[in-house]
Design a protein around this ligand. Structure first.
Ligand code: FEC
Length: 287
């Protein structure tokens, strides 16, 4: 068989002028209010995407490193930006692949997240065999990588992940259980007992989302007398808007206002140890 990997990520606009089209893609046809759009453009402006778009650059660095590690062709496909997932599949087929591994740079399965990647990839593989990795939230090397980032911390560790509409719980979605499993495993491997979990990055869609949100959670921790917090975002693997804005700006401001100290772990990004984790995952999937 001739193998290739389609490595998938959320995608990020490269220029401020891209933001309306990007937001429209995320909304999937549902309207975007002018205030929410203006707010998003402002966040991307402050993130400085016109100089460098962190998510896209990190995804390319990860792709190139994984290709070197595996000696297989790897193609990047973005869920909400270019190159789209279907284009990546097309490139894999054009390169002669008849077996494709689909791997998302997000560890936890939800019908409202990973399934969307699969729904874009599946129809585009056109007769080639697809081996899609649904989740890798308990991958031992990933657990150890995160454990090494929090081991020995004196601060209270707050694990975080992207929130999702609360209706996923009624659908029996495994997202929250998988997140808590990752947290427990990482804390155990690091020998950390002082930890908690909260969601982050809720979107203004007009329906209830899973909580607690980190901003409310910081207030609860403050009320319990916690002064130092180390944020470990287990639901993400790279620096991007949800890390550099929601944690580094918003949560940081909240902590400062409460008189708390907040730090966060360095994200896996294209760290060689993380790339080896991804490589092991692909090798196992092909076995
Ligand atoms: O740096 C960047 O440019 C992109 C950062 C980014 C990542 C990311 C990851 C996840 N999202 C997930 C779920 C949702 C749901 C909605 C939603 C909305 C947004 C908006 C932006 C955005 N997300 Fe995102 N997400 C990132 C960025 N996300 C921007 C729209 C404006 C806003 O809310 O601020 C709501 C959709 C709707 O309107 O119906 C749901 C999940 C993840 C983690 C898994 C993954 O990476 O795929 C889950 C990175």
């Amino acid at each position: 068989m001739s193998d290739a990997v389609v490595l998938m990520a959320y995608g990020s606009p490269e220029r401020l002028a891209d933001v309306p089209a990007y937001y429209a893609d995320i909304r999937g046809g549902r309207p975007v209010s002018p205030e929410h759009l203006a707010d998003l453009v402002e966040r991307y402006r402050q993130l400085g995407i016109e100089e460098s778009s962190p998510l896209n650059a990190i995804t390319e660095a990860t792709r190139a490193a994984l290709e070197r590690e595996l000696g297989l062709p790897i193609f990047t496909g973005m869920k909400h930006w270019t190159p789209h997932i279907a284009e990546a599949a097309g490139s894999a087929l054009a390169a002669g692949a008849d077996r494709i591994v689909g791997l998302v740079l997000a560890p936890h399965y939800s019908a409202l997240s990973i399934k969307g990647y699969r729904d874009q990839l599946e129809p585009a593989v056109d007769g080639a065999e697809l081996r899609f990795v649904e989740s890798w939230h308990d991958e031992p090397a990933f657990i150890e990588l995160l454990a090494s980032r929090i081991r020995g911390a004196d601060a209270h560790v707050v694990f975080t992940a992207h929130s999702l509409p609360a209706r996923i719980l009624d659908l029996g979605d495994p997202y929250k259980d998988q997140l808590l499993e990752t947290c427990r495993e990482v804390a155990k491997a690091a020998g950390v007992s002082d930890w908690s979990f909260s969601f982050q990055s809720e979107s203004p869609t007009g329906e209830p989302w899973l909580g607690p949100d980190i901003l409310d959670h910081l207030e609860e921790l403050h009320a319990r007398g916690v002064e130092d917090v180390l944020v470990c975002p287990v639901g993400f693997v790279s620096d991007h808007l949800e890390i550099r804005w929601d944690i580094d700006v918003e949560a940081q401001e909240k902590a400062r206002a409460l008189g708390m100290r907040l730090e966060r772990i360095e994200m896996p990004n294209s760290d060689p140890a993380f790339v080896r984790t991804l490589a092991q995952n692909v090798e196992r999937t092909l076995r």
